[in-house]
Design a protein around this ligand. Sequence first.
Ligand code: ADP
Ligand code: MG
Length: 321
Amino acid sequence: MLAEKFSTALELFKTKAPSLIGIDIASTSLKLVELADAGKGTFRLERYAIEPLPKDVVTDGNIANLDQVSDSLKRAWKRLGSRNRHVALALPAAMVITKKIIVPSGQKEEELELAVEAEANQYIPFALDEVNLDFQILGPAPNNPDEVEILIAASRKEKVEDRVAIAEAAGLKPRVMDIESYATQEAFRLIAPSLPANGRDQNIALVDIGAHVTHFYVLRNNQFLFSRDQAFGGNQLTLDIQRAFNLSVEEAESAKKTRGCRRTTTTMSCNRSWRRSRSRSPGRCSSSSPRPPTTRSTRSCCPAAVRFCPGSTSWSPSAPA
Ligand SMILES: Nc1ncnc2c1ncn2[C@@H]1O[C@H](COP(=O)(O)OP(=O)(O)O)[C@@H](O)[C@H]1O
Ligand SMILES: [Mg+2]
């Protein structure tokens, strides 16, 4: 029974399968990346694509609308321009329970599966038939060469199945289901050789700024020493820009991504002097005679995309860069 469960479940952790497209289902966009083997253990970025996702379709890894995400994935894969349909996906760490266990070495695969199931029964707060369960042998136990250390991972089936369904509906073939934090660690392993001394014996901080949460990891010799999630992300910046400059969420998001934004000593606002100066000098907007910030009803004079001019109190309407 367990063997069947293992064979039908996508293999968590298996990150080294060749010729896979990596897919990140994030809160604001889908990101696809394809690497090519450049020899000597190095990789080259072959292609990537970023496809924006409609608002609130994915929140902290929870997928509210599978159809919308798979439609976006279909578009992203087309834009990627690859013929490869084999993909690797990942689950947010918060959706996966992991545990390291120590077992005697030299056990057969079936014996290990039984040991893993017995252990999982103790730690997983769901019935085992409601979860996808997998394990990976990490190596000899730290204090005893006659034992091995095993990492167990389990996630509720629907979390895995949602992602599989999205990929399949987009005509893709899911081959690997990883855990996002482990995928980050694995990605770092690929860039470590480009660091001084291959990044060996150094404390390395990895910072992943998401929409709502920033993940902060410290690694040393490819081992996690520390990890912490902070309840802060890019969305907060968007909201701050939106409030400070009286923009819609879409305008603030676009301004954040295309131009950056700097507060100046005067309040930048959309006001009558802007309209006057605009009529004198098309395309320019000056806040040299600042007015109190506008209310939403007057925001209609704001261009769809605005450019904040760093270091000045003027700003000008512009198309996104
Ligand atoms: N070019 C950019 N400049 C500034 N912020 C960006 C840029 N591209 C994406 N972001 C922001 O980074 C955050 C990325 O979050 P995302 O990876 O989509 O979510 P998740 O938390 O699910 O990983 C979002 O807030 C997004 O607006
Ligand atoms: Mg992200």
